[in-house]
Write a protein that binds this ligand. Structure first.
Ligand code: AR6
Length: 223
């Protein structure tokens, strides 16, 4: 059964239901409260392959020819036509992103990005590459021609590089949240993306997102 956009809670809903807690000291927030963004960002725990959205992001590798983790799950759910289309793309540089159709997935498109394999010897280089994965995926998402602008554009991200590629989850989450916050703010006038969904699989990753989201998407202080 696929999961509809209406079943994916926004940050506004998560604050309202106390799933997310505002920072005890609001001055510690890294960005100012921006009301409209609370409706444009979601945190969802579960299987990204079930989401009926405009695009899901695949944490792929530079061959784009499939693998384990979320990549394996996406290829399994999309069916063999996804691999056929991936074969035509000539791979993807680390930090870049390429788009395919979703085939048997409920999502219309898949944005494949190749994250860095984390090494504690090159943290800055890895951070720049992971930043680029999120940026390039968002840039591709707004460029995809849409047959149905009425259903909007939503992009769901798994936590890129933090599984098999070993990127520490807290560091990776700071990067994911900062890039998305900046991108949505720039996109605000045109409003091309109506929702960015952070998809987490484990309880640990969910808790990291819950603790860091209020730094980047703080709620308006209570009047
Ligand atoms: N839905 C959402 N998240 C998931 C799912 C799912 N169905 N399955 C796993 N995750 P990983 P990476 C989470 O290892 O670190 C592949 O072989 C998982 O718990 O999939 O970027 C590729 O081909 C973790 O939090 O991706 C590459 O070779 C997150 O997705 C390599 O792995 C990412 O974990 C990429 O490694």
């Amino acid at each position: 059964m696929s999961v509809l956009l209406s079943q994916i809670p926004t940050l506004r809903h998560l604050y309202k239901t106390a799933v997310l807690a505002p920072l005890p000291d609001p001055s510690k927030a890294r960005f100012k409260p921006a009301e409209s963004l609370l409706d444009r960002v979601s945190l969802y725990q579960g299987d990204i392959t079930k989401l009926e959205v405009f695009a899901i992001v695949n944490a792929a590798n530079s061959s784009l020819l499939g693998g384990g983790g979320v990549d394996g799950a996406i290829h399994n759910a999309a069916g063999p036509q996804l691999l056929e289309e991936c074969r035509t793309l000539n791979g993807c540089m680390t930090g870049d992103a390429k788009v395919t159709k979703g085939y048997d997935l409920p999502s219309k498109h898949v944005i494949h990005t190749a994250g860095p394999v984390y090494s504690s010897k090159t943290p800055d280089e890895d951070a720049a590459l992971l930043t680029s994965c999120y940026k390039r995926s968002l840039e591709e998402a707004v460029k995809i021609p849409s047959e149905d602008e009425n259903s909007g554009r939503q992009v769901a991200f798994p936590s890129i590089s933090t599984g098999i590629y070993g990127y520490p989850i807290e560091d990776a989450t700071h990067i994911a949240l900062e890039v998305v916050r900046r991108f949505l703010e720039e996109d605000d006038k045109e409003n091309k993306l109506d929702r960015v969904i952070f998809v987490v699989w484990s309880n640990k990753d969910r808790d990291v997102y819950k603790s860091l989201l209020p730094l980047y998407f703080p709620p308006e202080p209570e009047a």
